[in-house]
Design a protein around this ligand. Structure first.
Ligand code: ITT
Length: 195
C-alpha cells in the first residue's frame, strides 16, 4: 500500500485519521520520519498553517504528506479562538484551561453558535491541494463526556443532543469537521491512485 505522512504531533488526531484512511494509504507518523520537534504554526489562517506544516515535512522528507489545521470558530466571539484554538488560554495545548476560558468568555451570552473548521493541506507528487470540512453546533454551559479531545466536551453538533465527547470515535468521525475533510482527501487520493 502507498505510504503517506500525516504531519501531526497530536495523538488523538492521528488515531481519528488512521481509522478513516484504513485500506487507502498507510499512514506514517512524524516520529517514523525522524521529525520529533514541534512544527511551526505561525500563519494567520487555518489554510496557512496547514500548508506551513505540510511544506515543512515535504522539504525535509520529499515524501507525500498532509497536515490539518483545525479551529473552533465561535459566533459571539467574532470567530475566536479560531486559528489560536490550541493556544487560547496558555502557550501550550492545555485543553482544560482552554475550555474554562471559553466558558468564561461566553458567560451571559445567549448566542452559543459555533463551528469547527478543518483545513487539510496535501502535498502529493510535489503538488499542493487543500480540502475543507466544517460542522456547525453549539457550545453548552458545562463540560460533558470523556471521549475525544480539546473542545469536544463543550460542543454539541447540530441535530444531536450529546457533545462530541459523549460519542464513540466512529460517531464523531462520521459527522465531524475532520471526518468531512478527510472524506474529501480519501476520495481524491482514491481517484489519483487509480490513474
Ligand atoms: P498538530 O498541529 O500537531 O496537528 P494541534 O493540537 O496543534 O496538533 P490544531 O492546531 O489543528 O492541532 O488544533 C488546534 C486546537 O483545536 C487543538 O489543540 C484542540 O484544542 C482543538 N481541536 C482540534 N480538533 C479538535 C476536535 O476534533 N475536537 C475538539 N477540539 C479540537
Amino acid at each position: 500500500m502507498r505510504q503517506i505522512i500525516f504531519a501531526t504531533n497530536n495523538a488523538h488526531k492521528l488515531g481519528e485519521v488512521q481509522a478513516l484512511l484504513d485500506g487507502v494509504f498507510a499512514l506514517k507518523t512524524l516520529r517514523e520520519c525522524g521529525i520529533t520537534e514541534d512544527i511551526p504554526e505561525t500563519a494567520a489562517t487555518l489554510e496557512g498553517n496547514a500548508l506551513q506544516k505540510a511544506r515543512y515535512v515535504y522539504e525535509r522528507t520529499g515524501c507525500d504528506c498532509f497536515a490539518d489545521d483545525t479551529g473552533l470558530e465561535v459566533e459571539a466571539l467574532g470567530g475566536e479562538p479560531g486559528v489560536r484554538s490550541a493556544r487560547y488560554a496558555t502557550d501550550g495545548h492545555n485543553f482544560a484551561a482552554n475550555n474554562r476560558l471559553l466558558l468564561r468568555n461566553l458567560e451571559g451570552k445567549s448566542d452559543r453558535r459555533a463551528h469547527f473548521r478543518t483545513v487539510i493541506a496535501l502535498i502529493l507528487g510535489g503538488e499542493e491541494y487543500l480540502f475543507e470540512g466544517r460542522v456547525d453546533g453549539t457550545i453548552i454551559g458545562h463540560e460533558a463526556g470523556a471521549e475525544g479531545f480539546g473542545y469536544d466536551p463543550l460542543f454539541v453538533p447540530e441535530g444531536e443532543e450529546r457533545t462530541f465527547a459523549e460519542m464513540a470515535a466512529e460517531e464523531k468521525n462520521a459527522i465531524s469537521h475532520r471526518g468531512r475533510a478527510v472524506a474529501k482527501l480519501v476520495e481524491f487520493l482514491q481517484t489519483k491512485t487509480k490513474n
